[in-house]
Each structure stands twice: as structure tokens, then as C-alpha cells.
Design a protein around this ligand. Structure first.
Ligand code: DCP
Ligand code: MG
Length: 394
């Protein structure tokens, strides 16, 4: 007859990497509210608050049922006073006044718009906001100097802010695969990020590239990028070189989520025509024509070429090259989610005295690296049950 007897309570371990979080979320109203506050904290560079809201949202994401009542939350980890008051507000009033106020604030709206520009982070957006810039128009008129990334981000703003579908990711996979195999036969590409976790849309497409023979991956990125550029697939690219040296940099720095792989941040020019497989080569030539004449024989009846619009769209693509010896760590590190990654590193450090990065796992007390080639081995070193990619959606 007590509350406990009437309402179902849940039991959840406290690290996200100890839990299985699929894309099936029974509490989207609550998790959207908390995620918005997390985002707002991140935009204000209040990282601690951001993580607290992200952790709270992640706990609710893995619950097997809709939360109806505050009593069901008893004993759950990561729900601080602030998160609980937001949840209470939503359950009682259908919405959180804090979330609504944030959503409607000039500052949040402006920072959202400005950080929507590729190459613009919270710091820059905040500086512009304090200079009175709240819209893209105002930014364009302001005479602010933009770097090359930001200029490309502004040029392709609408495309980049439209989410990428799995179908588009698959087409880009084919293109990247073709590029990689053309410049280095035997090299392998893997789709990582949200799409590897089974998401149907994403803000970009992430790839990890390697070669089964150690060392053969050296110099690969610049060749892949040249191939893609020659074929007209790149609207923008910036490559950063691999700067990881185990002897010099190790042990993996646990506090940082930046890795040192050779990485290419790019914007692809994706043809909207549905061209697959063997037809791809024809599309390549088509891609180089600017501007394309509209009565191309490649236009399919009922094809998705927009009326009067351009026949292509800009898509953010990230390429990362890893030596095979680090591939397991790179794959684990680039599959996400961001919170899942953060929690893995926190678990490793706090519970196991180990330092995990996208390059390596270091045993602090034994002062040695733990070698692994698969994600399964890494979970096992960490004393965690294996969590497959589709269950890492924390
Ligand atoms: N990552 C990383 N280091 C970086 C950037 C990202 O380790 N400097 C990892 C964590 C992310 C994954 O790579 O989970 C992919 O990054 P994204 O930002 O693309 O995140 P998702 O793919 O999960 O989200 P989305 O679907 O929005 O693209
Ligand atoms: Mg991604």
C-alpha cells in the first residue's frame, strides 16, 4: 500500500558505459528538456553544468518505460537537484519554465544560429553576440573576418544544418571507399559516429580509415583528399596531421577528448541524383560541370532534383586515418556517443586507474600499455560487459 508498492522504480548503474542505451527512448519530452539545458550550458562554456544535464538525460534515456511520477526516480544516479526540479516541472505542468525561458532567450537563439556555422564554436559565437550580432545577416554586414572554415560554413549554412540521412551516408561511403581503394588497394574504411550506432540521421558522416599492414596508412589521407578533390567531391577540406607519438605523448591523456590522428574535416558536394555503383563514374564527370545544365540525361523521372534548385547539396564529412595497431581504440573512440565516450574514460580513470584514449589504454599502476585489436578486448580490460554500438546511444 506504500508508494513503492504501487509505482515501479528502476535500477540503473551510474556510468553510462555500464548501461545499454538503444535509440528507443520512452522519455523524449524529459530528455529533450534536459538536453536543451545541457546545450545552453555548453554554449555558455559551463562544461560542468553541461555534463550534469547530459548525464541526467542519459539516465532517463535508458529507462524501459515512460516516467509518470517523481517517485519512480528514487534511487536513480546522476539526477541532481536541478535536473529533478526540471523533471518535476515537466511532469506537473507539461513543460519546464526554465527550458521555455531559455529556448526563447535572445542569447540562446543567437548562439544557436551562430554556432550552426561550421567552424564557429561557443567562444566565437559569444564574442559576436556581445558585439551585437544575432543573425547571419548581421554577421554578413558586420565586416567580421571569417576564417576559411567559417566562410565555407556560412556559404553552405542551410545544407549543413539539414540533417544527413542514412541513405546519403551510404552514398558518401561508396565514394570514400572508391577513393581509398583507388589510392591504396587493401585499405579499409569503416562508418563510425552516430550512423554506426544505428542512427537514421546525423549532423555529419564520420569515417575511420586504416590498412591491415602497419605503416601502409602513412601518407594515405593526402592522397585520398587529392583524389576526392580531382573528382570534384570537395567543397572544403582541412587536414590536420597525425601528431601522436606513444613514447612522447603517452600515457593517453584522460582529460582530453581530442585525439591526434590524421584527420580531415570536409564539406562534400553530394549530387542529389540517385547514382549508385557502376553509374558512380558518370556522376563524377557530372560533378565537375559547373553549373550543370538542367536537361542532363542523368535526370531521372521523378528524381529529386529540386525545381530551380541546385542539383547537389553540401554534407559535412569527417575522415580519420588510424594505424592498424590503434584501430580498436580509434573505432571505440569514434563511435560515440560523446557522453558514452566521456563515461568510458571516467570509468577507466576512476574505477580502474587506467587512461583510455582513441589511441591506447594505459594501466597507470602497472605503468604499461594494454594492447588490443578489438573493441571487445578493450571492454574486457576495463572490466565492463561488452556494449554493442547500437546500445551506446547514451
Ligand atoms: N569524437 C572524438 N573526438 C573529436 C570529435 C569526435 O573522439 N574531436 C568522437 C565522439 C563522437 C564521434 O567521434 O561520438 C563522432 O562525432 P560526432 O560529433 O560526429 O558525433 P555523432 O556522430 O555521435 O553525432 P551526429 O549524428 O550528430 O553526427
Ligand atoms: Mg557524426
Amino acid at each position: 500500500q506504500t508508494d513503492e508498492a504501487e509505482t515501479e522504480t528502476f535500477s540503473v548503474p551510474s556510468y553510462a558505459c555500464q548501461r545499454r542505451t538503444t535509440l528507443e527512448n520512452h522519455n523524449t519530452v524529459l530528455t529533450d528538456a534536459l538536453s536543451l539545458l545541457a546545450e545552453n550550458a555548453e554554449l555558455s562554456e559551463e562544461e560542468g553544468r553541461g555534463v550534469a544535464f547530459r548525464r541526467a538525460a542519459a539516465v532517463l534515456k535508458c529507462l524501459p518505460k515512460v516516467v509518470m511520477d517523481m517517485t519512480q526516480l528514487r534511487g536513480l544516479p546522476c539526477l541532481g537537484e536541478h535536473s529533478l526540479s526540471v523533471i518535476k516541472d515537466v511532469l506537473e505542468n507539461g513543460a519546464s519554465s526554465e527550458v521555455e525561458a531559455t529556448k526563447n532567450s535572445e542569447r540562446y537563439k543567437a548562439l544557436k544560429i551562430l554556432t550552426g556555422i561550421f567552424g564557429v564554436g561557443a567562444k566565437t559565437a559569444d564574442r559576436w553576440f556581445r558585439d551585437g550580432i544575432q543573425t547571419l545577416h548581421q554577421l554578413r554586414d558586420s565586416g567580421q573576418t571569417l576564417n576559411r572554415a567559417q566562410q565555407a560554413g556560412l556559404d553552405h549554412y542551410d545544407d549543413i544544418n539539414q540533417s544527413v540521412t542514412k541513405a546519403e551516408a551510404d552514398i558518401i561511403s561508396e565514394i570514400v571507399e572508391k577513393a581509398v581503394v583507388a589510392v591504396l588497394p587493401g585499405a579499409q574504411i569503416t562508418l563510425t559516429g552516430g550512423f554506426r550506432r544505428g542512427k537514421l540521421t546525423g549532423h555529419d558522416v564520420d569515417f575511420l580509415i586504416t590498412h591491415p599492414e602497419e605503416g601502409r596508412e602513412e601518407g594515405l589521407m593526402s592522397k585520398v583528399v587529392s583524389w576526392l578533390e580531382t573528382q570534384g567531391f570537395l567543397l572544403y577540406q582541412k587536414t590536420t596531421r597525425n601528431s601522436y607519438l606513444e613514447a612522447k605523448d603517452g600515457p593517453a591523456r584522460p582529460a582530453s577528448n581530442m585525439d591526434r590522428f590524421e584527420r580531415c574535416l570536409s564539406i562534400f558536394r553530394l549530387s542529389k541524383e540517385k547514382k549508385r555503383g557502376a553509374e558512380l563514374t558518370e556522376t563524377l564527370t557530372e560533378n565537375l560541370k559547373t553549373p550543370p545544365s538542367c536537361s542532363s540525361s542523368h535526370v531521372q523521372q521523378g528524381g529529386d532534383r529540386e525545381e530551380g534548385g541546385k542539383p547537389w547539396r553540401a554534407v559535412r564529412v569527417d575522415l580519420v586515418v588510424s594505424p592498424i595497431s590503434q584501430f580498436g581504440f580509434a573505432l571505440l573512440g569514434w563511435t560515440g556517443s560523446k557522453l558514452f565516450e566521456r563515461e568510458l574514460r571516467r570509468w577507466a580513470g576512476r574505477e580502474k586507474s587506467m587512461s583510455l584514449s582513441s589511441h591506447a589504454l594505459f594501466h597507470n599502476k602497472q605503468s604499461r600499455y594494454l594492447r588490443a585489436t578489438t573493441e571487445e578486448e578493450i571492454f574486457s580490460y576495463l572490466g565492463l560487459e561488452y556494449v554493442k554500438p547500437s546500445e551506446r546511444n547514451a
